[in-house]
Design a binder for this molecule. Structure first.
Ligand SMILES: [Cu+2]
Length: 122
């Protein structure tokens, strides 16, 4: 009985610390990684141009409104498939500044060859 109380206090304190850490970790994540939404639809991406910051991590949320599309950009090591009607999240931290063209590399129809968008890294 004599030692039970301090142990209980320590256990409660540790639990509270653990909960606080968990809570702050998840809120920091949600705040710090911006989400950029990109919609793919025959035969264009919307928006058709985005600007990212070199060294800053972002989450690209790729959504297909119709058929399966691709999202390919070698300099940023992006090679995603966006299944028909679905959403794919991809996290990227651009390391090279420049203007890049992302192409749809999954055949999606007659004008597939002209489906692209610009990603500027500054
Ligand atoms: Cu496409």
């Amino acid at each position: 009985m004599f030692r039970a109380k301090p142990l209980l206090t320590i256990a409660v304190t540790l639990s509270l610390i653990a909960l606080t850490l968990l809570a702050s970790t998840s809120s920091v994540r949600a705040d710090e990684v911006p989400v950029v939404e990109i919609t793919a639809k025959r035969f264009a991406f919307s928006p058709d141009k985005i600007t990212l910051k070199k060294g800053q991590t972002v989450k690209l949320r790729l959504h297909s409104e119709d058929v399966t599309h691709g999202f390919f950009l070698r300099p940023l090591k992006l090679d995603e498939e966006i299944p028909a009607g679905q959403t794919v999240d991809v996290t990227v931290t651009p390391q090279t500044a420049g203007t890049f063209t992302t192409i749809c590399d999954h055949f999606c129809g007659a004008n597939h060859g002209n489906m692209n968008m610009t990603i500027v890294v500054e």
